[in-house]
Design a protein around this ligand. Sequence first.
Ligand code: GLU
Length: 293
Amino acid sequence: MTTTARQNPVFRFAPSPNGPLHLGHALSAFLNDDMAKAAKGRLLLRIEDIDLSRCTPEFEADIYADLQWLGIDWEKPVRRQQEHFSEYQASLHSLIERGLVYPSFLTRGEVKTRVAAYERVNGPWPRDPDGTPHYPADDRDRSEEERGALLASGLKHAWRLDMKRALDVVGEPLFWTETGDERKGDILAEPAVWGDVVLSRSDAPSSYHLSVVIDDALQGVTHVVRGLDLFHATSVHRLLQSLLDLPQPIYHHHRLVVDSNGRKLSKSEGDTGLAELRASGLSAADIRRRVGL
Ligand code: GLU
């Protein structure tokens, strides 16, 4: 699969309505808008709301209001991920049928206990780039009978990618094209560092990784512009694109806006929240300056 180089570049800003947008989101939205305009491309807005317990219509309404205030225009209709669970499930099922995905039954607490017990004796357990321990191999190594019995018992479960098998199926190194603020050029994808990632959560019929690659493909996205905090996740995205035979966009991971202690902003920090800045009478031009544009 070659890098997509279409006539009409398509950019997207893809916030999650699980909290108020902050200056980091403003930087991302401005960059998407600026780059789409410079490339004479289109700008889409995608609402990434698969987390049913944390996403709310109020936060979604704030996203529209904040972007309007920033002077950013996007194509309608907006794609809302909650309305597309059946599409994510269809891709998940194709991977299950190919034996590349398995049901995982351990709770987060059980994994934590297991990892702590291991580390007391043996030293560090492998962790992913976000610091989450790799999922233990128990469920991956179960027989079909055992798996069937556990599923039939109604035990809560997620669906995870069998990373080893997936890499065997792909059988060659994967790369992505990066134009971002830290590294540029052809970047080697290293999905193995993530272990067996979740593709469908126990509380939602998809996951961030699965939805994002399917939507980027279905929406014809050619340029993904997002924060450097998602740089390493791109390795998983490239692997899924290869497994699902999806085109690959060009990636641009931009610098993060940090607080006075040099930490990445979080959605709970009031003083950098766009709604509060908007209410305090600042203009879009003020916000552009605040994020260093
Ligand atoms: N929904 C993600 C977020 O709000 C962004 C996903 C992406 O741009 O790929 O952090």
